[in-house]
Design a protein around this ligand. Structure first.
Ligand code: CP3
Length: 336
C-alpha cells in the first residue's frame, strides 16, 4: 500500500507522506507553457491528454506521495450549465443562471459533459504506481458562494446577500449535494483513491450559520464517500477553533488545516483523525534555512499524530520549484 493511503487508513505516525495543493500550477514553467497556448481554462480542463500531462508534471519532477488530478472545483457549476470563465488577474467569473434549468439537469448529461475529466483520471491512474491518486470537489457552501456571487467573494461579501435567497438556496443546496456525490462517484469509478473536499470560503460563515451551510451538507457527502470505502480529506478553510466541532460532526478521515490556526492547539484537541497541511505557503518564498526550520516545526508538532505534509493553502504562483524540492528533502530525511 502506498504511503498516503497507509497513513489515512492505518493512522501510522511513523511515516509522513507529502503532496501539495496546487502542485500542478503556475509556479511550474512547464505548466505556464501549456497554459499560454490554452487561454480558455475550462477547455483546458476538458482536454484529457493535457489534463493528464499537467497532472503528471509535478510527479515527474518531485518524489510525491499524492497525485491530485488537474481540474477545478468550478467544473461543477460548468457541468450544471452555468457559464464560467477565468480572467487573467481577476480570477473566475460566473454568469447568470436559471435555477429551474439547473435543477432539471439530468445526471447522465452532467456525467457526459464532464467525461473528459474522468477519462483523464483513468489515463493518470495507468501511469502512477508509487503515489495515490486524489480526486476532489468543492464543498456545497463554497460552490454556492461562487454560483451566487459570480466571482471570488474576497471583496464586499455580505452573508445576507446569500442566506436571504432562501428559495434559491433550498433548491440549489439539494442539487449541488446530489451533483457533488455524482462527481465524486464518477471520479472513484475512474480511479480516484482518495477524495478531498475544498470548503475554501467556510471562514465567511459566522458561528450561527456553520452547522446549516458547512457541517451538515458536508457530513452527508463524507458519509457517502466513506460508504464507498474511500478515505476523505476535508478542508474547511478559515473556521478557526470550529475545526474541532467540524471534526466531531463531520468526522472525515483527515482534516487539512489552514495557516491561521495554531498547530499546537490542533494537536492537543483533535484526536483519531489524520491531520494534513498547515504551513503558510508564503514560507516557500523565503530562504532554505527558514523553509527547513518551518517544515521541522510541523513534523515535530505532529510527531505522535498520523500526519500528511502539505501547506495551509495552495502553492503560490511566485514559488520557486527549488523550494518544493527543499520541503520534500526535509520530510524525507525525517522519514528515514
Ligand atoms: O494541483 C492542484 O491542486 C489541482 C488542481 C486545482 C485547481 N483548482 C487548478 C487551478 C484544484 C484542487 C483547484 C481547486 C480550487 N479552485 C479551489 C479550492 C482550493 C483553493 O484554492 O481554495 C478554488 C476556490 C478554485 C477556484 C479557482 N480556480 C480560483 C479562485 C482560481 C483563480 C485564482 C487562483 O487561485 O489561481 C482558479 C484557477 C485555477 N485553478 C488555476 C489552477 C492551476 C490557475 C489557472 C491559471 O490562471 O493559470
Amino acid at each position: 500500500m502506498n504511503k498516503l493511503l497507509d497513513c489515512l487508513i492505518n493512522k501510522n505516525p511513523a511515516k509522513v507522506p507529502i503532496w501539495f495543493m496546487r502542485q500542478a500550477g503556475r509556479y511550474l514553467p512547464e505548466f505556464r507553457k501549456i497554459r499560454s497556448q490554452n487561454p480558455n481554462f475550462i477547455n483546458l480542463c476538458l482536454n484529457s491528454d493535457l489534463v493528464t500531462e499537467i497532472t503528471l508534471q509535478p510527479i515527474k519532477r518531485f518524489n510525491l506521495d499524492g497525485t491530485i488530478i488537474f481540474s477545478d472545483i468550478l467544473m461543477i457549476p460548468y457541468g450544471l450549465g452555468q457559464k464560467v470563465e477565468f480572467k487573467k488577474g481577476i480570477g473566475p467569473i460566473l454568469y447568470d443562471f436559471n435555477i429551474d434549468e439547473i435543477v432539471n439537469i439530468k445526471s447522465a448529461d452532467f456525467t457526459k459533459k464532464l467525461s473528459p475529466v474522468y477519462k483523464a483520471i483513468g489515463q493518470v491512474k495507468n501511469q502512477v504506481n508509487n503515489t495515490n491518486l486524489i480526486g476532489f470537489v468543492g464543498a456545497p457552501w463554497t460552490l454556492i458562494v461562487y454560483m451566487l456571487m459570480k466571482q471570488s467573494p474576497k471583496n464586499n461579501f455580505n452573508i445576507k446577500d446569500i442566506v436571504n435567497q432562501k428559495e434559491i438556496i433550498r433548491k440549489l443546496m439539494d442539487k449541488i449535494k446530489e451533483t457533488i456525490i455524482l462527481h465524486v462517484e464518477n471520479q472513484i469509478k475512474a480511479g480516484a483513491e482518495i477524495i478531498q473536499i475544498f470548503d475554501s470560503w467556510a471562514g465567511l460563515l459566522q458561528q450561527e450559520h456553520l452547522s446549516e451551510y458547512c457541517y451538515s451538507p458536508t457530513a452527508d457527502i463524507v458519509a457517502h464517500i466513506k460508504s464507498k470505502k474511500v478515505p476523505v480529506i476535508c478542508f474547511p478553510r478559515g473556521i478557526k477553533k470550529s475545526y474541532l466541532d467540524f471534526c466531531k460532526t463531520v468526522s472525515p478521515d483527515c482534516i487539512n488545516i489552514d495557516y491561521e490556526i495554531d498547530p499546537n492547539w490542533i494537536e492537543e484537541n483533535i484526536k483519531n483523525i489524520s491531520i494534513q497541511g498547515g504551513m503558510d505557503p508564503k514560507i516557500l518564498l523565503t530562504d532554505k534555512k527558514n523553509i527547513e526550520e518551518n517544515v521541522k516545526f510541523f513534523l515535530k508538532t505532529f510527531s505522535k499524530h498520523s500526519y500528511i505534509f502539505n501547506l495551509g493553502h495552495g502553492v503560490l504562483p511566485e514559488t520557486k520549484p527549488e523550494a518544493i524540492e527543499e520541503v520534500i528533502k526535509t520530510v524525507q530525511r525525517y522519514n528515514k
